[in-house]
Design a protein around this ligand. Structure first.
Ligand code: SF4
Ligand code: SF4
Ligand code: SF4
Length: 306
């Protein structure tokens, strides 16, 4: 087990790789996501993930609800009350990948007063991954690319990883006897099999707007910061980055997001903390308590033998 919290330059080297590759990750720019769900479908097809329910949710136009054992990419649809983009409102038109958006030719006062936020969520491939740290079988491991992968043929289904993840990503698969890997913990592998062959992950490859960008994490961090700055300079004051700081509670994510509102709006925890962060302190206190007990027992024994 490597370090459990704090900034960490190279998680693959920390995990013992002699020849680590540049750390790979995602930058998801939600400002240009169109909610087509091509990423969800591509992930399911490449990884042969079983169907996960097709009913529409009552609360949204979404039908896959959240990340889970059979949804490794999830596109959130958030319909949000918002004022129309009147001159001087502070709200700017985003550069969408079309020549003109529906309604752009209309005057602001005739537009509807809501907006859609769409965001494709995924495992964060945390710098400090509690799912990996608590796994007793070695089913979860850190790859040479710095990503976190679960091996379904090693997982024994104990489920320790499930509550350990601060993002609610990993889950044991449910289903009948015909379902693949029932009871086994499942999540995004960052297409470890494709990376090994020099390919782009299936979800990023399928995204028609380049909302999902894959590459070397150092370069993605710079690209994300530049994009956030560009949007803010265009009047999108709400633009912010999520998961980009190596100083955060999980040591920074391998998956960065550019958001247009608070993380909670997208169902993301505002201040995630790796659940193993306090383990060294807990072990220290348990050791002190054990020494105290031993000292008490020794005193009792010596006192009784007089
Ligand atoms: S987001 Fe959760 S499942 Fe993914 S690496 Fe981090 S702790 Fe593990
Ligand atoms: S990287 Fe691969 S496994 Fe992960 S969400 Fe994308 S397609 Fe699915
Ligand atoms: S494929 Fe790209 S544009 Fe379509 S939902 Fe996914 S992230 Fe959004």
């Amino acid at each position: 087990m490597g370090s459990l919290s704090g900034p960490l330059q190279d998680p693959a080297a920390d995990a013992g790789w002699q020849d680590p590759q540049p750390r790979k990750g995602f930058f998801t720019d939600t400002s240009i996501c169109i909610g087509c769900k091509a990423c969800e479908v591509a992930c399911k097809e490449w990884n042969a993930i079983p169907e996960d329910g097709l009913a529409m949710l009552g609360s949204s136009y979404d039908n896959s609800e959240a990340l889970g054992a059979s949804t490794w990419r999830h596109v959130a649809f958030i319909e949000q009350p918002a004022p129309a983009a009147a001159p001087g409102s502070g709200r700017a038109s985003l550069p969408m990948p079309t020549t003109q958006r529906p309604g752009d030719a209309l005057p602001p006062e005739s537009r509807t007063d809501f907006r859609w936020l769409m965001s494709s969520d995924v495992c964060k491939h945390c710098t400090h991954a509690a799912c990996l740290d608590v796994c007793p079988t070695g089913a979860l491991f850190r790859t040479e690319f710095g990503t976190v992968v679960v091996q379904d043929d090693v997982c024994n289904g104990c489920g320790y990883c499930v509550p350990a993840c601060p993002f609610g990503v990993i889950e044991r698969r449910e289903g009948d006897e015909h379902t693949k890997n029932v009871g086994i913990a499942q999540k995004c592998t960052l297409c470890y099999d494709r990376l090994g062959a020099g390919l782009t992950p299936a979800c990023a490859q399928a995204c028609p707007t380049e909302s999902i960008q894959f590459g070397d994490l150092d370069e993605l961090r710079e690209r994300a910061a530049a994009r956030a700055e560009t949007l803010r300079s265009q009047g999108v004051a709400e633009a912010r980055l999520y998961g980009a700081s190596p100083e955060d509670g999980v040591g920074g994510s391998g998956a960065l997001f550019l958001l247009l509102d608070e993380p909670e709006v997208y169902g993301l925890p505002p201040d995630p903390v790796v659940s193993t962060r306090d383990l060294p302190q807990m072990w220290k206190q348990a050791g002190i308590a054990a020494l105290g007990l031993l000292a008490g027992a020794a005193a009792t024994f010596l006192g009784g033998s007089r």
